[in-house]
Design a protein around this ligand. Structure first.
Ligand code: NAD
Length: 283
């Protein structure tokens, strides 16, 4: 390893189990010499296996529901105290849609569920940054990252209201990132990651098709959770100090593709079969 985060202090949100992207980021940050606090919603701490990760990385776990300002204030204060100084990096790796969980179609949402999903998945990013900003808890040249998905720009019908949440998340990275850059020399970015088999990812309807399609479309194939962790580490490191206000695609090239030969070949097989049916003479 490269000691890319030697001496740096961080807060990592969203490690539920070993499949979580945040889990891999924590493992890699530990390998690169960082000290950090792990956090998740109290219910996730009970259901998940975060204590295993805490033990492995020598980290403290501080519960915080990302929809609660009080929890976040407590988290930031305790993290600064436990780590012995201000924070250098923060990972927001939080997502949840009640409409997706309950199988509500995008055109027929329960708006109370929509509000809850927005609060958890999108507004929480503003809230986290607001607490860090107001408490002046970030070190100069620190780095804040949230995880996003390309449904913020393009239509993926089954991604449902999470598409709108990701659009807000990416916008907040730019808007808050301006103030964080101007006033505190801190950078803020989102990483737009390939479909990844985690608890949140697998909750999306038709996820197998979704991930398989992206794999066939991307010239480099889908990016794994561990590859996402590697990229995240580079963005926490001092090697990327002037990268800010960006939504950075980490998707094996998917986002710039129109069509791939692999998908075209599959399509043509179906298309030719359909044509045969159409061209059969009517009896
Ligand atoms: N898996 C994918 O295909 C994929 C692709 C692109 C982006 N992402 C994004 O990556 C991030 C991490 O998701 P993941 O795929 O690792 O799944 P995951 O299910 O492992 O992580 C989601 C986390 O959000 C946490 N969370 C939910 N409600 C919370 C709350 N109120 N307060 C604090 N934490 C809360 C969960 O406990 C969980 O740890 C999410 O933002 C997700 O949208 C995932």
């Amino acid at each position: 390893m490269y000691n890319l985060l030697k001496g740096k202090r961080g807060i990592i949100f969203g490690a539920l189990d070993s499949k979580s992207i945040a889990w891999k980021v924590a493992e890699r940050a530990h390998e690169e010499g960082a000290k950090f606090v792990l956090t998740n919603a109290p219910v996730a701490l009970r259901l998940g296996t975060i204590s295993e990760l805490a033990k492995k990385t020598g980290s403290e776990v501080i519960p915080a529901d990302a929809t609660s300002i009080m929890d976040l204030e407590n988290l930031v204060d305790k993290a600064v105290e436990a780590l012995g100084g201000k924070i250098d990096f923060v990972l927001h790796s939080i997502g949840m849609s009640v409409n997706v969980r309950r199988g509500n179609h995008y055109t027929h949402q329960d708006y109370n569920f929509t509000k809850t999903g927005f609060d958890v998945s999108a507004l929480s990013f503003h809230r986290v940054m607001s607490v860090l900003f107001q408490r002046d808890a970030m070190n100069e040249w620190g780095s804040i990252i949230a995880l996003s998905y390309m449904a913020a720009q393009r239509v993926f019908p089954d991604y449902n209201d999470m598409a709108d949440n990701k659009a807000y998340l990416e916008s907040v990275a730019r808007s808050f990132g301006y103030f964080f850059g101007r006033d505190k020399n801190v950078r803020v970015n989102t990483i737009s990651q390939s479909p990844t088999p985690t608890t949140a990812g697998s909750g999306v309807k038709g996820f197998d098709g979704f991930i398989g399609y992206a794999e066939k479309m991307s010239p480099l194939g889908n990016a794994t959770a561990m590859e996402c962790a590697d990229y995240t580490i580079s963005l926490f490191s001092d090697l990327t100090k002037k990268v800010t206000l960006q939504n950075l695609f980490h998707d094996g090239g998917f986002s710039n593709m129109g069509v791939s030969t692999a998908l075209m070949e599959n399509f043509m097989k179906e298309y030719d079969a359909e044509k045969e049916v159409i061209e059969e003479p009517k009896k």
